[in-house]
Design a binder for this molecule. Structure first.
Ligand code: HEM
Length: 151
């Protein structure tokens, strides 16, 4: 049983690292490095980079839910300390925001790139950037709650 908890924690933290670390890299390293490129180069590059990243985020979300659900069952659900409930709540908000990015804004970026409509593409990537920033902040708070909840 203890090994199962260790494995679940490992999977939980690894998945969270891929998701939050990827957002950190995109926001603080890739975005500033690409800012001098023309929209004709920048937007197709974002489309390719994000399309690949979002597949990994979807895998990470699935694993976070499975491992988090398993770890939660150890506390008997409602008996878990408040930071764990807060982590779960914020985690779900992050997942909803990701869903909006992936299924709302990203298809707009893809259509704009395919139709070479650069102003529309720039608008879509601007929306994605804002929501990724929100999710990055929520992710950092969620990590703090997860660590606090270890009790
Ligand atoms: C949304 C569903 C989630 C559920 C049900 C969930 C549940 C849990 C549970 C039950 C624990 C174990 C706490 C303990 O053993 O004391 C845990 C640990 C943790 N979780 Fe989550 N979690 C979720 C999402 C997230 C997200 C989105 C993040 C980060 C972005 C996160 C970060 C952490 C961290 C950092 C720990 C502490 C790991 C350690 O003990 O070192 N969790 N989670």
């Amino acid at each position: 049983m203890n090994h199962a908890v260790d494995i679940a924690l490992f999977v939980h933290v690894l998945s969270m690292t891929v998701w939050v670390g990827g957002m950190f890299f995109a926001h603080f390293c890739l975005r500033p490095a690409m800012s001098d490129l023309s929209p004709q180069l920048r937007l197709p590059l974002w489309e390719g980079v994000l399309g690949r990243f979002f597949v990994w985020v979807a895998v990470a979300i699935l694993l976070i839910l499975l491992s988090g659900g398993f770890l939660m069952s150890r506390f008997g659900g409602a008996q878990a300390p408040w930071p764990i409930h807060a982590m779960t709540g914020l985690g779900v908000v992050m997942m909803l925001i990701f869903g909006h990015i992936r299924f709302g804004l990203y298809p707009r970026l893809r259509r704009a790139v395919q139709g070479q409509k650069w102003p529309e593409g720039a608008k879509a990537i601007g929306g994605i950037r804002r929501l990724v920033t929100v999710n990055l902040v929520l992710g950092i708070v969620t990590i703090a709650l997860g660590v606090l909840g270890r009790g």
